[in-house]
Unconditional design. Sequence first.
Length: 212
Amino acid sequence: MAFGAEELRVLRRALALALNPSPASAEDVQDCLRLAESVDEATRENARLRAFLLADLARYRAALPGTVTGYATLLQEALDAGYRPRPDDLAALRALRGNPAVAALLERCRPLAEQDVRARFARRAPAPVAAVPASRSRLRLTALPGGLLERADPNPARPARPARPAEKPGPVPRPDAPQPGRRPVPTPGEVFPPKRKPAAPPANPPQQLAAV
């Protein structure tokens, strides 16, 4: 796409306004709109020409080998316009590579076709899976319900033993209540009984009778 001198002036003004925003005059706005319309029209015309070129290329390829000269010329123009060779083009070029012009086109088209194949394989390849450390995966497995049981039990077919229900707590005995089945601890008074005091002598002891 080529721009004229007037179009370049408008394009330069539009770039200046984009880089340094400032109030634009009505004339600048109209010029930018006309330039945008011209660019859109040129883009549409380029798409139409490309479609015509590819249609002619398909017709010449279908009429090979009698149209080898016209096909080589059209393929050269299509490649210059960004055309990517198709498998049909490669097959036709291999069949006619005895022609020097066709052999040169084959050498040009072969790398482009290889790049397209590698790009398609790269899009279809699955994303790489991040490796999980063995220690982390082992911890994850043992943390699952039943993980430790399955590792400890050599027979996985045996059903797991049901857990015993928790026993209900009984009444709390009082501290002074005697505990059943235990002998009461004797008190110090029972172990060491108090000593009895000796009886006091009579006030008037009987006098011994003298021997007659």
